[in-house]
Design a protein around this ligand. Sequence first.
Ligand code: SF4
Length: 134
Amino acid sequence: MRPDAGHSAGDWKHPCHYLWRGPMYVKQNGDVYPCCQSYMLDGAPVGKIGEQPLADIWNSEAMQEMRRLHAAGRAGEIDICSRCCTTIPHPALVAGSLILHGRTVRRLLPAIERLTYLSKLPGRLLRPARRKPE
Ligand code: SF4
């Protein structure tokens, strides 16, 4: 992780796919986080296994609020997301990830990243979402 990484509120153009397709992250004590990055970034859990069904946590107000802000291009207003340096793939890749099995996508992503870094694919496929300057 890069401590100096992160995205300001105006940087976001594409929503983070993790909030719609998972996987969520479950800690050994049952705390549930929206994604693995939120746990790494000391974010607050959005629920607890044993107290609520996972489906209810997935559709909880906290998750819906995160999705609303991401969809509105305001993900930078979420503390953990503003400090997150995960790759936000182009929506075309995200759409593909909804068609293909998650395991297949996870296997393909490193290859796509390698191809992109070797300049065989356009870098914008993996760059964090950024708004065009106004
Ligand atoms: S931007 Fe980072 S912290 Fe926010 S939901 Fe996506 S992976 Fe998690």
